[in-house]
Design a protein around this ligand. Sequence first.
Ligand SMILES: Cc1cc2nc3c(=O)[nH]c(=O)nc-3n(C[C@H](O)[C@H](O)[C@H](O)COP(=O)(O)O)c2cc1C
Ligand code: SF4
Ligand code: SF4
Length: 387
Amino acid sequence: MKMGNLMGMPLDDPLVVAPGPWTRGIENMKEILLQEPGAVITESIVSEAYPDVRPRYSVDRWSRGVQNIRIYSGRELENWLDDLTEINQKKRYGSKTKIIASIMGTTASEIRYIAKKVEKTGVDGIELGLACPMGEGPRIVASDPALVFDFTKAVVDAVSLPVSVKLGAGISDMTAVVKAAENAGASGISAIDALRCILGIDIETGQPTLPTYGGYSGAPIRPIGLAAVAGVVQSTDLPVLGIGGITGCKSAVEYIMAGAASYGVGTEILLRGFGVIRELKDDLNDWMRERGIASSEEIRGAVLSHLHAFEEIDQNEKTAVLVEACRGFAEHSARLCADGHDGLCMAGCLCHAIQLSEDGLHIDRAKCDGCGLCVSICPDGKIQLSW
Ligand SMILES: Cc1cc2nc3c(=O)[nH]c(=O)nc-3n(C[C@H](O)[C@H](O)[C@H](O)COP(=O)(O)O)c2cc1C
Ligand code: SF4
Ligand code: SF4
């Protein structure tokens, strides 16, 4: 038993396929259903399809961060209604996966209109994509608590399905927005959407990697997503779908420990294909079995009791100590550490507390102020803080 919860609905597995071009229509949805995730969310459906631009993706191969300039679905509402109806008539091709329609509109009445249409197809729930980070079309509604309330209430009052609200990380008052969604009757929160970005600039020509602002997603946004999810969980009892930079079992567990009731994967499918879904499910199963964990609920929110207000943090003095002798470079990854220069710890110590002499590396504890940088940067784990 692995359990998960999306908008109050129990899931067979906490893995949810996030909205994006990998869920762009019936062919992809069928492939996803074969992998049996707990739920799958369609690419955001709008009443007027947005044309595709070419190219629309760019990948930073070093960080595995991706910029996309694909706004919502390029398919007409009527096509989506046909696809979703067909999937439901075919009894979801034998899968227990919940099917969620992600929708967006420019006004509360437009989004309500789309919600009523998709409800008739037999989907299990509706997600409101209120935080798309690009384009001149729908605004980033999610930044404004009053708009979030209006859009959510319009849909909640019009349908009898659970409704969740998807937020981004660039919101200044996340608590107010979450409360607005909750007061309007939302059954869940999803966080985070992609972040507004310029992936890079060609410094010879001044050209951006892609010709407009785009959405940044993939591995590098995970720390931002984790903070957003923990913050949302601390401000509401609604179940939270945690998304952003999940690349494997470890990052899925991190989101659950941040309090997510289910976790979403998107860009990793774009980069590695649909097989990632099964791989992630199996890896999380193994991880839990090895630790005797029966349900993801047992570890959900594990980090929250360890997160403190800044004022409450322990201020005891600590200094760095070498726990293993070092000759000035990592034995296992010498190039990464020293690369012909000072070891990483020496180069980065702003207190000049680390020196190299003929008999090896020394840390002057009188100079060290315990910042922890060297501990974190040493690739061989040779330094610890002590007091
Ligand atoms: C190419 C692309 C298209 C996306 N389209 C949508 C969309 O239509 N609706 C939506 O709510 N989120 C959309 N997203 C955001 C993802 O669902 C997800 O929230 C975000 O990418 C962070 O997760 P990830 O790092 O696992 O991709 C899109 C993301 C990408 C990369
Ligand atoms: S970073 Fe680690 S391995 Fe490199 S010089 Fe410092 S202690 Fe040695
Ligand atoms: S903990 Fe900070 S100050 Fe102390 S030795 Fe390491 S890098 Fe220098």
